[in-house]
Design a binder for this molecule. Structure first.
Ligand code: S3P
Length: 183
C-alpha cells in the first residue's frame, strides 16, 4: 500500500489490536504513537501528563505526525485525542487514509476499566463519563474519517476485512470521479 492508514478513535476502540493485525496480515509496517512518544521521552504517557501537562503531550503528537510524512505503507495507531487537532488531521490526510474505529461507551468501558495508563479516565472510570467525552469528540472524529467502522460485536479479522474493503471502494470511487473530471 502506497499510503499510510491512520487509525483514530476513542481510547479502547481497538486501534492497537487492529494495527497489529493489519501489519501481520497485510505486510504493513506498524507504528504506535503513544509508544513512540513514551520511548522518546523516557516516561509513560501518565508521567508525561503529570510532569509536563496535556498541551506538551499534544505537541509531541503533532511532531510524530510530522516525522511520519516521509513514510508509506505504515499503519499508525493514533492516540485517542490525536484527531482533535485540525492540523493533525491535515497532516494525516496528506499521506494517508483516516479510519475511525467506533464502539459503544459500554464496549469501551469493558475494555478500559482495569487499566491505569490513561490519565484522562483516571478517577472517571464509568460509562457515563466515557459517553460524555465521546459525545464531545464525535463530530471531529467523524469529520476527520475517510472510513468509519462500527466495531461492536465484530472480531479482528472481520474489522480488518471491512476496513480494507471500504478503503478499496474509496479508491475506486476516487478513480471514477477523476475520470469524469478529465473527460
Ligand atoms: C488519549 C488517549 C490515549 C493517550 C492519552 C490521551 C486521549 O491513547 O494518547 O492518554 O486523549 O483520548 P489511547 O487512545 O491509545 O488510549
Amino acid at each position: 500500500m502506497e499510503h499510510n492508514i491512520f487509525l483514530i478513535g476513542f481510547m479502547g476502540s481497538g486501534k492497537s489490536t487492529i494495527s497489529d493485525y493489519l501489519s501481520q496480515h497485510y505486510a504493513m509496517e506498524k507504528m504506535e504513537m503513544d509508544q513512540m512518544i513514551a520511548q522518546q521521552e523516557g516516561m509513560s504517557i501518565s508521567e508525561i501528563f503529570q510532569t509536563h501537562g496535556e498541551e506538551y503531550f499534544r505537541n509531541l503528537e503533532t511532531d510524530v505526525l510530522k516525522e511520519l510524512q516521509s513514510k508509506g505503507n505504515v499503519v499508525v495507531s493514533c492516540g485517542g485525542g490525536t484527531a482533535m487537532r485540525e492540523c493533525n488531521v491535515e497532516l494525516m490526510k496528506k499521506n494517508g487514509k483516516i479510519v475511525l474505529l467506533a464502539a459503544s461507551p459500554q464496549t469501551i468501558y469493558e475494555r478500559v476499566k482495569d487499566s491505569h495508563d490513561r490519565p484522562l479516565l483516571e478517577g472517571h472510570m464509568d460509562v457515563s463519563y466515557i459517553e460524555g467525552l465521546m459525545e464531545q469528540r464525535r463530530t471531529r472524529y467523524e469529520a476527520a474519517a475517510d472510513v468509519v467502522i462500527q466495531t461492536d460485536g465484530l472480531d479482528q479479522a472481520s474489522i480488518c476485512e471491512e476496513l480494507m474493503h471500504r478503503l478499496e471502494e474509496g479508491e475506486n470511487a476516487y478513480g471514477y470521479s477523476q475520470k469524469c473530471d478529465n473527460r
